[in-house]
Each structure stands twice: as structure tokens, then as C-alpha cells.
Design a binder for this molecule. Sequence first.
Ligand code: PA5
Length: 448
Amino acid sequence: MGISLHFANMMTDAIGEVHGITDEELDGLKARGKAIDRDLRERRKAGELPFYELPYQKSEVRNILKKVKKIQDKYDNFVVLGIGGSALGAKALHLALSHPQHNLLPKGKRKDALRLFVADNIDPEGFKALLDIIDPKKTVFNVVSKSGGTAEIIAQFLVVIDLLKKRLGRKMYKNYIIATTDPKKGALREIANREGFLGFSVPEGVGGRFSVFTPVGLLPAAAAGIDIEELLAGAAYMDKQCQVDDLREKPAYIAAALQYLADVNKGKAISVIMPYADRLSGVGDWYCQLWAESLGKRYSRDNEVVNVGQTPVKAIGVTDQHSQLQLYLEGPYNKVVIFIVPKKYKKEVKIPPAYEDIEAVNYLGGHTLNALIKAEQEATELALTKNNRPNWKILLPEINPFSVGQLLYFFEVQTVYAGGLYNINPLDQPGVEEGKRITYRMMGREGF
Ligand code: PA5
């Protein structure tokens, strides 16, 4: 039931000395690794890294499930207004764990689950198109902003509230808005309190990209019918795996060390995440934000200019075998490929035999799409390895809330530990904040 990590293809035995990592290199990180581990444990204990504890918030989960029941009774659609960390977690969970055509299923087939839409942009055409297809009278809008003031989210909110006032009247509109934001601070919290919106809190000290296990990700997921208790059980299971004392037994730490060594010692500045499942495409986007925004930093913890960080890229297996793979096999030696592979898919599709006199078609007959996708993944892995291209793999028993909970928690712990190896703060995002401030000024906000 646990996900498993396979990293032999990162090592010299598989891909040679120029590109592979040696046991000595891994062991060389031991002393620093222990110090980072100690620091993370102490800060966790002191409550400075609250994301670690999110799998265990029983009362918040009860609260969400209770409220979701009422929301499901009243509405058909749940729309998340957000951007970046306030949107990507919900999107990843929905894509991974809902029926692939969830929003198109008739209500009866969705049981009580709401249709879920995540507006992760302010493209006028995209946003307007979303508003065109939902009936505001049957829709609840969840405004999600940790800071409570991000321009894109507040702008989405202002457009929606104007629509609701016009369509539902100046009293009723309040019932159609939920605010998920800081418990005390920020413009959105002030508005939510003043208007009496139903509110959820993003716990203090949990930034957007680490918030998937807070109401930011859990509320939309539960509204769409996803089993959030199982999701958190998976995250808690991974937490236990990462609590063992031996650094080489902590899966998230090994993965961080390999990525770090590949980048710093072997020049692999690009990290390609390649799930072999359409359903995990959103997890790929979520990972890209987590890895990029957490590790891409100008300053070290000692205030030196370091300009570090690997560039994450998403590819989907097998689709991108016919697009990006050529580059990965023969282009510059600057990438690590991370495969995410379900051992089992929930459906099996047989390939019926036909045209048996044409061998180019005949050989497929009687197999399954499942066997074909497995062969293609293994072939890609082998081809990369033969060409001395580092790659590692996470195997999921299948894609379900428990395994996805493990996977997302694994990446969070990996990222925080990698932050220690790079000696940067993985929890801030000064570059994003700078962009926000420039936008405020350009849009005429006082004080910027
Ligand atoms: O991960 C992050 O910190 C960012 O992507 C934020 O989530 C994003 O900028 C939105 O910020 P906020 O939720 O504070 O409005």
C-alpha cells in the first residue's frame, strides 16, 4: 500500500561515472544531512514548520465534512477563485482523484459531489468563459488567498461579487461566497468578517504551495466527493516513513540528496517530472510550483548571492515520448527525469485483434492498453539509462487518495530538506512578492 522509490538509475553502476552518483557522494552529505534533519525536527517541534502536522488535524476535517454536506445540498457547482498555491493543490487533487470526466457526469452519477472548477488565472477570455457556463444560483464561489490581497484573486472576487449582486440581489449574494484566508490578517479576512461569509482558515505559517492539506485543498476536494480522510491518512503514513533515524532510509531525503547532487556535482539543472497517467498531470504542475518557488533563490541563509534552483518541467507519459523525449535522450546532459508510475490502473482496456495478416497491427491484438503503457514506460526508462541519462522512479500501487496523500507529502518533505542542502529558505518567495508589488504600483495601489 506504500509508494516506493527506485533510484538505481541515478548511480554510477547504471549510468557511468560522468553522470552517475556514487555511494561516497551520498555518504559525503551525511554530516550536513544530520544537521539539517536535526534543525528541521527542532523547528517542527517548536511549531515553526506547521505543514508537517497537517495530516493530523482531525477537528478541521470534521468541520470541513460537516460544512461540505450542507454545501452539497444547496449547490451544483463549486468554483475556486485563486492563483498559484491557492489553486494548484485543489486542481491536482481533482484531476488525480475525481472521475476524469467528473464535471460532465450527470448529477446522479456524481452522487452528491459538486462539479469543481478552479480559476487559476485572470485571462479575460478564460474567466468569462467559466462564468458563462455556470448558473450563479447553483454555484458557490470559494475565494482562496492566504495573504488576502493578491491582485488576481481579489480581481476575480470583485468580478464575481458584482455578478452575484446583479443576479441574486444585494442580500442573497452573501450565501454564495466562501472565504479561505488567514485567520486574522488581510483584506479578504476583513471583508469576510464584515460580510459574514462562510470562512475557512489557512493556518499561520503555511504558505500557498504547502497548503494542499489545509482547507485550501481539502475543502474543494471534499466538495467534489474526494475522500479527504484517506488522503490525510496517506500523508500521515509518509510522515512515519520519513521519521526513521537512518537518513538513507528516509525516502524523501534520499530523493532530495540525489536531485541536489545531480544538480550541483553533475550539472543537471533541469528536473523533469513525468507521470505515466493523465490523472497525475495536475500533480506535475503542483510539483513544478513547489520545486521552483521553494528552491529558486538568490540568497543563501547566510545572505550570500547564490542564485540556486533546478528548473522543473512537466512531461506526460506516453504523450511526451512523442514530443520531449528526443531532447531528453540526445540533447544536453542537463536533466534528471522522475517517473511517476501507477502499478495498476483502475480500468483495463483490451486491444481486440484484427487485420491478423498485417504484422504491424497484428502483434498488438490480444494485449491491453495497460500492458502497452507499462512497456512504453519501461522502454523509456531503459533508453534513458542506456544513454547515461539519470532517472528515478516512484511506483504507486494505484492512484487513490491514500497514495496521492503519500506522494504530495513526500514531495513537500523532499523540498524542505533540499532547501537545507542548498542552504536557502524554501518557505519564502521574495521574487513572487516583488512581482506582486510592481503590479500593485502599476495598477495604482496607494503605498506601492
Ligand atoms: O505558493 C505561494 O506562496 C504562491 O503561489 C501563492 O499561493 C500565490 O501567490 C497566491 O498568494 P495568496 O494565497 O497569498 O494570495
